[in-house]
Ligand binder design. Structure first.
Ligand code: FAD
Length: 391
């Protein structure tokens, strides 16, 4: 058993690190999550990085060679981890890591031809239009209606929580195409161009990110934009959500924040003694370091399964739950260790790390909802991951 990257992958890791060193502005305080970048300068920088990563041909690291990819889940892991750890935006979660593999698995040749080259170059921005006001965790109860008109659908309804939709050109969209069958069996998966007449995107400000609502008013979507078969969209959705769940951004961010907390505890003195000498603080941070390593190993396990063509299911859920909850534990430790100062307004000279852990606390709160909600992921683990033979 080998617990290290190959020489070639180590060289790639160095190349990514050199790229980050060159591109990361020393004053950058924005998020590494490209789709969550604030409008204005932050988004403009994130968008420029999307293209720069495209010039390196790094959006397609995990795609099969026949689709212009590198066929290397390991390189994708290395790239994503380095980028998120260093908080340089440019990983295209919704386009390269969710849309592209879905289209590769279920899309038509024309869809592959139309979208993969653009996504690979960072020239097409995607968003996900799954959730609705009445359909979140129970996504299959969605009600955005698509009426079959022969060669096209007419779509009416509303989506919500679509991250970054106001800047996206395309949306992965779920619609109810047959209301007369059990709910999972009447869903179709569409690629919808958000510039189509009848589509309205409305920005919905929130504490951390870039939520939007999307309204569909008699929107004509050609059948060529259907991914998979009509009324069989639930199968395609499962694949897309699997790609989303296996993402590494929470784990990389949590590990980076543990390092930050450690640095803070070593540099900050209380009663003349560095905080890190306090056994309670030291144990708390040490525990987080252990958990950061567990999170990394859970993520590596998914890389192993994917690179060996094995299915990943409850393993991705375990990684998702552990990563999201670790992010919360790190944020909570950060707030407690920085004490009352942690609550001082962001930017104040009295706010430790300029209010950094406050922001992390908000991000962590956001991680408690979302497609990876712990209860739902635990249900998946309980249904499919318990009592299985252990390796
Ligand atoms: C930061 C962020 C970004 C997002 N981006 C997108 C996006 O780009 N596109 C998109 O389509 N959606 C997006 N979402 C929406 C997300 O997918 C939904 O929030 C999620 O599916 C939960 O749905 P809900 O908010 O309606 O909560 P609900 O489904 O109402 O759940 C509320 C609570 O009840 C619990 N619960 C629900 N059902 C069960 C059950 N059966 N058993 C046990 N507990 C249960 C949940 O775990 C949760 O704690 C985003 C959400 C967040 C937080």
């Amino acid at each position: 058993m080998e617990f290290a990257f190959s020489k070639e992958d180590q060289a790639f890791q160095q190349e990514v690190r050199d790229f980050i060193k060159k591109e990361l502005p020393p004053t950058w305080t924005g998020t590494g999550l490209m789709q969550e970048a604030k409008d204005g300068e932050e988004w403009e920088f994130a968008h420029s990085m999307l293209r720069k990563v495209g010039e390196k041909n790094w959006h397609s690291l995990a795609w099969p060679k026949e689709h212009g990819g590198w066929d290397s889940v390991t390189k994708q892991f290395i790239f994503s981890h380095e980028m998120y750890f260093n908080e340089l935006p440019g990983v295209d979660l919704q386009g390269a890591l969710m849309c592209a593999p879905t289209v590769i698995q279920y899309g038509t040749d024309q869809q592959k031809k139309d979208h993969l080259p653009k996504i690979a170059k960072g020239q097409e921005v995607w968003c996900q239009a799954f959730s609705e006001p009445g359909a979140g965790s129970d996504l299959a109860s969605l009600s955005t209606k698509a009426v079959d008109k022969g060669d096209h659908f007419v779509v009416d309804g509303q989506k919500v929580w679509s991250t970054g939709a106001h800047r996206a050109e395309w949306a992965l969209t779920l619609v109810r195409s047959n209301p007369d069958v059990p709910k999972h069996k009447g869903i179709t998966f569409l690629l919808v161009n958000l510039k189509t007449p009848g589509v309205t995107v409305r920005f919905l400000p929130n504490i951390v990110g870039t939520y939007c609502e999307i309204f569909f008013d008699s929107v004509v979507v050609p059948k060529e934009n259907m991914v998979g078969k009509q009324n069989d969209g639930w199968r395609v959705t499962g694949a897309t959500l699997g790609y989303e769940r296996s993402g590494i951004h929470r784990i990389a961010a949590a590990r980076r924040n543990i390092d930050r907390l450690l640095e803070f505890a070593k540099e900050t003195k209380r009663n003349g003694v560095p905080l890190f000498k306090d056994p309670l603080v030291r144990n708390r941070i040490t525990q987080l370091v252990i958990e950061g390593e567990i999170a990394r190993l859970l993520a590596v396990r998914i890389v192993y399964l994917q690179s060996n063509g094995k299915p990943m299911d409850h393993e991705a859920s375990m990684s998702r739950v552990f990563g999201a909850e670790l992010q919360q534990r790190v944020a909570q430790a950060g707030m407690q260790i920085t004490r009352g100062f942690g609550l001082v307004g962001e930017g104040s000279k009295w706010a430790p790390l300029a209010g950094f852990f406050q922001r992390q606390y908000l991000y962590a709160a956001a991680a408690t909802v979302g497609a990876g909600t712990s209860e739902i992921q635990r249900n998946i683990i309980a249904q499919r991951g318990l009592g299985l033979p252990r390796i």
